[in-house]
Design a protein around this ligand. Structure first.
Ligand code: PMP
Length: 382
């Protein structure tokens, strides 16, 4: 069996979450918005408990949590949902980065087709953007600053805390895509001053197809986002449609577990990272980490192995480790990773880069054995 090393694409759902969801599917039929029977009331209790768990994890009021189908939907609402406000105020400037997930990049591109001015800040060669450069771009027309917390390809932690502090006294909305950090960098997220935050449950051991958009109230007022899809009044109309009770319950359970276990998860992830680096160091292979280790989340390494094509390595070591060479959302295209391009890497360097990502329930002994085999394959490919 190969060892799964693609947690950033989708982390395995926690068994405790599955059990909780199965119980909901079996014993809690009904629609959380039905008002005429106990079934509806019971489903509503599950949804509101889950909302509380998300709020506890993020240390925010539960009324600020809106369930969506995931980070893609949340990012779209956070950006496109501001159109009406932008038309009213004339603020049509968006600041983001060139290394965002496509759910932000493509939405920003769509907005630029409608006359919005979009500034895309590029990172330095380590994959980190400059907080000062972003804050300096803000002007009277700036509507939104949208920055990811942790990059999905490199694991680089962006200076969103500094950016939030720098924007706090400005009339600008600040959105963070916390998809790769939620449930992991728990303390840090609690300190960030943001207006909107997006995440997906399946990156933090919950089910796929559910996530949340957090809308922080300032002086009791929600950020001025409007629905981008129309239907029922679920989630205050922000994400209309029947609430998937078991998925929401699963997300809540994943948050509850994260609150209990994020510190031990972090310690385990660091041990795994140290082991992988030690094995790479001892292998005799020439490799470079794409990123600055001081700013990497503990569960991701993006590395270049000199002289080894990532495609060849992935194919010939498939039976040992399930790795990737970038985002699953763009993996159907063979064009080089736009994140690594933005870091100034050459096509050859990008061609030799692979992403390893791990987390809760990674079997360390199986990983040790299988990663050793992967390194042997890599040596043969040099
Ligand atoms: N943002 C980031 C940083 C991500 O890594 C992902 C998933 N790869 C998304 C947004 C989109 O998440 P989903 O596909 O669950 O909507």
């Amino acid at each position: 069996m190969s060892v799964y090393l693609d947690y950033n694409a989708s982390a395995p759902i926690d068994d405790r979450v599955v059990d909780f969801m199965v119980d909901i599917y079996k014993n809690n039929i009904g629609n959380a918005d039905s008002r005429t029977h106990d079934y509806g009331d019971n489903a509503r209790v599950i949804v509101e408990n889950a909302r509380k768990q998300v709020a506890l994890l993020l240390d925010i009021p539960s009324e600020d949590v809106f369930f969506t189908s995931g980070a893609t939907e949340s990012n779209n609402i956070a950006i496109q949902g501001l159109k009406e406000y932008a038309e009213k105020t004339g603020k049509k400037h968006i600041i983001t980065t060139s290394i965002e997930h496509k759910a932000v990049l493509e939405t920003a591109k769509y907005m630029s087709n409608y006359g919005y001015r979009v500034d895309m800040v590029s990172p330095d060669h380590t994959g980190r953007v400059s907080a000062d450069e972003i804050i300096d771009l803000v002007d009277d027309d700036t509507l939104l600053v949208s920055i990811m917390h942790v990059n999905n390809e490199t694991g680089t932690i962006q200076p969103v805390k500094e950016i939030g502090d720098g924007l706090a006294d400005k009339d600008v909305l600040f959105h963070i895509d916390a998809t790769q950090s939620c449930g992991k960098l728990v303390e840090e997220i609690r300190q960030i001053q943001y207006d909107m935050l997006s995440f997906s449950s399946h990156k933090m051991y919950g089910p796929q197809g559910i996530g949340a958009l957090v809308l922080r109230r300032r002086n009791y007022k929600l950020p001025p986002v409007k629905p981008i899809m129309f239907g029922g009044q679920q989630e205050h109309g922000i994400s209309p449609g029947t609430i998937p009770v078991a998925l929401v319950g699963g997300l809540g359970k994943a948050c509850e577990i994260a609150i209990e276990e994020y510190e031990s998860d972090e310690a385990d992830n660091i041990l795994i990272r140290d082991m992988l680096i030690e094995m790479l160091d001892n292998s005799g292979i020439k490799y470079i980490i794409n990123g600055d280790i001081d700013y990497l989340i503990s569960s991701t390494l993006n590395i270049q192995i000199e002289g080894v094509s990532s495609e060849a390595l992935m194919l010939s070591s498939k039976q040992y480790c399930g790795i990737s060479n970038g985002s699953a959302c763009t993996s159907s295209s063979y064009s080089p990773s736009y994140v690594l391009v933005a870091m100034g890497m050459s096509e050859d360097e990008i061609d030799q880069s692979i992403r390893l990502s791990w987390g809760r329930n990674t079997d360390v002994e199986a990983l040790r054995k299988n990663f050793e085999k992967l390194l042997e394959v890599a040596k043969e490919l040099v």
